[in-house]
Design a protein around this ligand. Structure first.
Ligand code: DGL
Length: 270
């Protein structure tokens, strides 16, 4: 049993999409989230920069005495997990990619054509393709970087026609040319536009890394006997740039008013 909070982080708002799953699966857990909204997007930054930013955020979460660090960002998960595990060998660190790749590999039909959509950083790292193909040699994995999606989502343009146009711009040819049947949302921002994707491509089976990371957290806490017995205090959401859109999107994703949560600006010790 461990009643300390779980620390989550992302480059911005995206990582919040895994939190409703945690709240439902593990209602006694308290959450501390950090979104690096001042420096988002990470997807087109170099691995060195992403590692540097991630270390700063992990240090912030560790000072808040979290019992686990959840990297609710595929881009960071692609390039920074070994560095973070070395920095904090005694804190369990859960990333997005391995849990999602395992689930997709378990469920994919024989010969399935699987599309991964993600940031440029995640696609360039090639970790999704490698993990899935290690587990299933009979499937084909295709990847597509969609770099304009995260900035539009951070702007709150999730239900706007510009989003539908951008989705089509990236996905029309990708889906048609590769006969994609299964689509992996390999960026935690993308569940916010899942409706838009499903509306345009209703035949696609869609997997979300946000849900899989939440399931991995539950499994890891159970295995280590670290589940909380009682939620002590409010969930906390911090951002390096506390914009109105950040607060509005948190309210929308969690279905809670901002007064029910602790939301604040927090500068990192840089
Ligand atoms: N949510 C992050 C991810 O899962 C977005 C990265 C970005 O900031 O570009 O990759």
């Amino acid at each position: 049993m461990d009643n300390r909070p779980i620390g989550f982080f992302d480059s911005g708002i995206g990582g919040v999409t895994s939190i409703p799953y945690i709240m439902k699966m593990l209602p006694e857990e308290r959450i501390i989230f950090y979104g690096d909204t001042a420096r988002t997007p990470y997807g087109s930054k170099s691995p060195d920069t992403i590692q540097e930013f991630s270390a700063q955020i992990a240090d912030f979460l560790v000072k808040k005495d979290v019992k686990m660090i959840v990297i609710a960002c595929n881009t960071v998960s692609s390039v920074a997990i070994p560095m973070l595990r070395e920095r904090y060998p005694d804190i369990p660190i859960v990333g997005c990619i391995t849990p999602t790749a395992k689930e997709v590999s378990k469920i994919a039909k024989e010969g399935a054509k699987i599309g991964i959509i993600a940031t440029r950083g995640t696609v360039n790292a090639g970790v999704y393709k490698k993990r899935i193909e290690e587990l299933r040699s009979d499937v084909n994995v295709f990847s597509k970087a969609c770099p304009a999606l995260v900035p539009l989502i951070e702007e709150g343009l999730v239900d706007h026609e510009i989003m539908d146009m951008t989705v089509k711009y990236y996905l029309d040819d990708f889906i048609k040319e590769n006969d994609i049947e299964t689509l992996v949302l390999g960026c935690t921002h993308y569940p916010l536009i899942k409706k838009s994707i499903s509306k345009i491509y209703p035949e696609l089976e869609i997997f979300s890394s946000s849900k899989e990371v939440a399931k991995a957290v539950e499994m890891e806490l159970k295995a280590r006997d670290m589940l909380a017995e009682k939620k002590e205090g409010k969930d906390e959401f911090y951002a390096s740039d506390l914009s109105e859109t950040f607060v509005e999107l948190i309210e929308k994703i969690l279905g809670q008013e901002k007064d029910e949560l602790k939301i604040g600006f927090e500068d990192l010790d840089i």
